[in-house]
Design a protein around this ligand. Structure first.
Ligand code: ZN
Length: 106
């Protein structure tokens, strides 16, 4: 089941992982790309050569949340920030989108 998320363009909700997404080195990711092009997350530390595709990482996080808390994850479409807030304190991305470490909220 792959339902793509639809977010209002050019609002902070377009990048729900801002504030949660960190590079493995500790650098915070920021939003990248413009509303009429591909959404991406980028860290400025230089660990990665290319930005992360926003849809790819958000799908990965959403899938992880669905495993951890299926009922809560069902609210992702309505309010991804609430889901993130209740589950995770930070999400660290290594070399690839598949290499993600979820730090649970204490
Ligand atoms: Zn880094």
């Amino acid at each position: 089941m792959q339902s793509d998320l639809v977010f209002p363009v050019s609002s902070t909700a377009s990048y729900p992982l801002l504030g949660w997404l960190f590079c493995a080195c500790g650098e915070r990711f920021c939003q990248w790309g413009s509303p009429d092009s591909t959404r991406e997350y980028l860290s400025v530390c230089g660990c990665r050569l290319r930005p992360i595709d926003a849809d790819a990482i958000e799908r990965r996080v959403r899938a992880e949340a669905a495993l951890a808390a299926p009922t809560l994850a069902g609210r992702w479409s309505a309010d991804p920030i609430e889901v993130l807030t209740r589950l995770y304190s930070r999400i660290e991305v290594g070399g690839t989108v598949a290499d993600v470490r979820f730090v649970a909220r204490e």
